[in-house]
Write a protein that binds this ligand. Structure first.
Ligand SMILES: Nc1ncnc2c1ncn2[C@@H]1O[C@H](COP(=O)(O)OP(=O)(O)OP(=O)(O)O)[C@@H](O)[C@H]1O
Length: 363
């Protein structure tokens, strides 16, 4: 049975349909003033880690529950590994769910079973013979770093260890896709980092396809290839994590991104800057360097070439995956055409330059 499942759920070839395709998902709970999901569409490619981020109440839990039909959408379609779950009857759904692993925020372990017993549980339910179950558990324990804890009961485990069990259990039937519901939200920061590293490692080794929901941008940054931002049941922005982090479009996304990118201008900084001199323009610019630019050289050369006074008011150099980037906020003083020319010159170098509002002290 295990082998059959594995074959049926082998990763799709590159040109095939996405591993998960959600189309026009809508869910309104009876009596609720607004729908929890309002026409959500997204696609997760085979081997991709896709994050859905949103504030409390945005609709994330409803979305992930709809993705395996634990919650039935009022409208829309859920396709997983080429199978339309919305068209399946209960028996079909049970079979399809064996190809979908689920990791929960609160682990949902059985207190009366050992670590091995919890990991083997979905295999037992699926009727996998004992010897095969034991072989699979023996494979999974070292993979999640729990080789020593085989016979421990959940009450004796730390939160991080419990989630390792939850992850191993989700992988037990070699699912074609993994759904993660706030997998690190119940953990402290160090344990969160550990579990994120484990998921990143498993993802690389097993080429997992993952759809995860989270309210933490750090999770998206550490794990995801692409991200969708959910607000009031709608996707307000989606794209590659690098693009969304470095050039967020929606105000909500900018707030999320600021939490992890840390490119906010420290309070009081702008108020401390001088007003523009007579005939001078003063602009606040956000300059994004993607790739191996030297921020210092660009700032000093722009200043020299165009006769500007450029003050760095905040700066941050970071990387998302293997892609480095830098973000600077510059207060630019000089003749208006010279500032324009400097902006055009920087854009010509491939930098993204945007105006920021002069939020303090008045422009
Ligand atoms: N079973 C339910 N009955 C009625 N309303 C519900 C139900 N489940 C969710 N809702 C409502 O639907 C909206 C979306 O909830 P959902 O739990 O999906 O959001 P969320 O982004 O996961 O938030 P949180 O992070 O707080 O769980 C909220 O307004 C919520 O109150």
């Amino acid at each position: 049975m295990l082998d059959q499942t594995a074959t049926a759920l082998a990763p799709a070839p590159a040109a095939a349909a996405p591993a998960i395709r959600l189309t026009g998902l809508t869910r309104r709970f009876p009596g609720a003033p607004a729908p929890a999901l309002d026409g959500v569409s997204l696609e997760v490619a085979a081997g991709e880690v896709f994050g859905v981020i949103g504030r409390s109440g945005a609709g994330k839990s409803t979305l992930i529950r709809c993705a395996n039909l634990l919650e039935r959408p009022d409208a829309g379609r859920v396709e997983v590994l080429g199978r339309d779950l919305t068209a399946e009857d209960e028996a079909g759904l049970r079979a399809a769910r064996r190809g979908i692993g689920m990791v929960f925020q609160h682990f949902n372990l059985l207190a009366s079973r050992t670590v091995a017993g919890n990991i083997a549980f979905p295999l037992e339910v699926a009727g996998v013979p004992r010897a095969e179950r034991e072989a699979r558990v023996a494979e999974l324990l070292p993979l999640v770093g729990l080789a020593e804890k085989r016979d421990a009961y959940p009450a004796r485990l730390s939160g991080g260890q419990k989630q390792r069990v939850g992850i191993a259990r989700a992988l037990a039937s070699r699912p074609g896709v993994l759904l993660c519901d706030e997998a690190t939200s119940a953990l402290d920061p160090d344990t969160t980092a550990e579990i994120l590293a484990l998921l990143a490692d498993l993802r690389a080794r097993l080429r997992l396809t993952v759809l995860l929901i989270t309210h933490e941008m750090a999770v998206v940054k550490a794990l995801c290839d692409r991200v969708a931002v959910l607000e009031a049941g709608r996707v307000i922005e989606q794209g590659r994590v690098f693009d969304v982090f470095t050039r967020p479009q929606a105000a909500t996304t900018r707030r999320f991104v600021a939490e992890v990118i840390g490119d906010e201008i420290p309070p009081g900084t702008l108020a401390a800057l001088p007003p523009p001199g007579p005939g001078e323009a003063r602009r606040l610019l956000r300059v994004l360097f993607a790739g191996p630019h030297s921020t210092r050289a660009v700032v000093s050369e722009a200043s020299r070439r165009f006769g500007l006074d450029l003050n760095i008011v905040s700066g941050r150099i970071d990387a998302i995956g293997a892609e480095p980037f830098g973000i600077l906020a510059l207060a630019a003083y000089g003749a208006a055409p010279a500032v324009e020319a400097a902006i055009a010159w920087m854009r010509g170098l491939g930098l993204a330059v945007d105006d920021l509002p002069w939020a303090e002290g008045g422009a």
